[in-house]
Design a protein around this ligand. Structure first.
Ligand SMILES: [Zn+2]
Ligand SMILES: [Zn+2]
Length: 345
């Protein structure tokens, strides 16, 4: 089959690899219907050291079950399934607590022997714990929205849940990428009435308004901080959902959060050290939370609104490519010419 590999920064290739096969009785074999490129795929695209064997790419996909191992009970051949960006056994203490990204036996698609989702097919470990079947055909117009449950919608929702967003909280979202926009949609779902989106790409912030943002702040740094504080009566925002991952975004979060408030980070931090001392978090009693979202825990919660057409998170996909177009897709997202690229093998 054809699959996407990265061999170093900027070097993405679609190559022929052996077809995946069932190796464990708990595996499922999934033919990919729709996958996509993630903002987090751009981090190695910028910085990955060259490696001759390459790294299998893609961690978001929706597909059809082609085969299952003998112990798989919850999905069967022909099911349309959503795969979260991490696989998990569904049975360990962390899975039962809804923290599947810390599963004792779990892992990520690009590591641990399972191939990535930017491919024609994937071997899915622990199919019962990992996959969620959705009652739609593979040609359904809902597929792009279902694909957001693999990562970006669940990740934005996780940010909002960890920050305890509710109708009484003013929410500021930093970042107008797909996760930032999903954080807006999630804050709206949890009842927030004031949602300030910090981003400077008008086409994206327009979509953010459609998803529920009440204010858009295009300025960054001190200027952006001053504008948000002004919009919040000088106090700052109860909740800041940080969906970028670079240090300036974290500093911006500290700048706009209200004393006693919460900063919830879901942008993968590209920094090792950041201020947590008196002037940043301690003095104003700020809670810092967030982490890799256990999106598996949220799929059943978020699915019904998609199936009923009440939300259309799939609008974040503004380009679709075939597998051969994946390298161009990376380029387009890196150049900010595409918000999020869907891949139809
Ligand atoms: Zn992702
Ligand atoms: Zn587990």
């Amino acid at each position: 089959m054809r699959a996407t590999f990265m061999y170093g920064a900027g070097d993405v290739r679609v190559i022929d690899v052996p077809d995946p096969v069932i190796t464990e009785p708990t595996d499922a074999l999934v033919r990919v219907v729709l996958a996509c490129i993630c903002g987090s795929d751009l981090h190695p695209y910028h910085s990955m050291a060259r490696t001759p064997e390459g790294s299998s790419m893609g961690h978001e996909f929706v597909g059809v079950v082609e085969d299952t191992g003998r112990d798989v009970a919850t999905v069967r051949k022909g099911d349309l399934v959503i795969a979260p960006f991490a696989w998990s056994d569904g049975t360990c203490e962390f899975c039962r607590e809804g923290l599947q990204t810390s599963c004792r036996h779990g892992g990520f698609w690009n590591s641990g022997g399972s191939g990535g989702g930017q491919a024609e097919a994937v071997r899915v470990p622990f199919a019962d714990g990992t996959l969620v079947a959705a009652p739609v055909p593979e040609n359904s117009p809902l597929i792009p929205s279902l694909l957001t449950l693999s990562d970006v919608y669940g990740t934005g929702y996780h940010a909002a849940i960890k920050a305890n967003v509710n109708p009484a909280t003013t929410v500021t979202v930093i970042g107008d990428g797909a996760v930032g926009l999903m954080a807006v949609l999630s804050a709206k779902r949890l009842g927030a009435e004031r949602i300030i989106l910090m981003g400077r790409h008008t086409d994206r912030t327009d979509l953010g308004r459609e998803f529920g943002a009440t204010d858009v702040v295009a300025e960054r740094g001190d200027e952006g901080i001053a504008t948000v504080r002004e919009l919040t009566g000088g106090n700052g925002s109860h909740v800041v959902l940080e969906a970028v991952g670079h240090l300036p975004a974290y500093q911006q979060a500290i700048g706009v959060v209200r004393p006693g408030g919460v900063i919830s980070r879901v942008g993968v931090p590209q920094y090792q050290d950041a201020p947590v001392g008196i002037a940043s978090l301690f003095g104003p009693n700020i809670t810092l939370t967030g982490g890799p979202a256990p999106v598996r825990a949220y799929i059943e919660t978020l699915l019904p609104d998609i199936l009923d057409g009440r939300v259309e998170p799939g609008k974040v996909f503004d380009r679709e490519v075939g597998l051969d177009g994946v390298p161009d897709g990376y380029q387009a997202m890196d150049a900010r010419k595409a918000l999020k690229v869907a891949v139809r093998p």
